[in-house]
Write a protein that binds this ligand. Sequence first.
Ligand code: FMN
Length: 211
Amino acid sequence: MNRRDFLKLAGVSLLSLAALTMGCGSFNAAKADAPAPKVKQSTSEGASQNMNNGKKILVAYFSWSGNTKAVAEEIHKQVGGDIVEIVPATPYSETYSVTVAKAKAEQEAGARPAISTKIADFEQYDTIYLGYPNWWGSMPMPVATFIDTYKMSGKKVAPFFTHGGGGVQRCMSDLEARAQGAKFTDYLCLSGSSAKNSQGEITSWVKKTQN
Ligand SMILES: Cc1cc2nc3c(=O)[nH]c(=O)nc-3n(C[C@H](O)[C@H](O)[C@H](O)COP(=O)(O)O)c2cc1C
């Protein structure tokens, strides 16, 4: 590891450690024997037949330590539709340093880790709320697998991210480059440490995505 890498890693470690110690880090990494994630359908009122203003919505998210999951669930509560977790077929370690190292290696290799997430009829969705944590300045590679598998072209994509202090970095630009042909709304980027207490910010952003 050269000095630049070390400083980058140390920075990320400190930031994320801070985020994790500020009450937002209950690990919930998927277990190896967990069944393939299913699309959960909304039963919320106002989302009759999972429609919102005549549009069918899917909230799809990746989350390792729970922050982005909390944001995704709040968005789902507000917009209705269906919700699905992007789950890697091989779970990441629950040990932070191991996951940080694996994530970096995958990003540098342009890896496409297999995912166990299956969506029967992706074509039915008009709008995708797509969320993930900032990993090494960009998207976790299982999200790249998801985007390669489920084409976003022609769909409205509302991106949301959580971070450990670095902000959005390349999360949005890399998504735009990968999800060619999608119509993007403004993104929402929340600090991981406040992700579970951001209802107000989420509500304001959701309104903008519905224009
Ligand atoms: C592998 C890994 C890499 C990370 N890289 C960054 C980064 O480059 N910049 C940043 O601000 N936060 C980084 N973080 C912190 C996460 O983005 C932040 O804690 C996020 O809220 C975690 O979301 P989650 O709980 O949904 O997994 C990283 C965390 C991990 C585990």
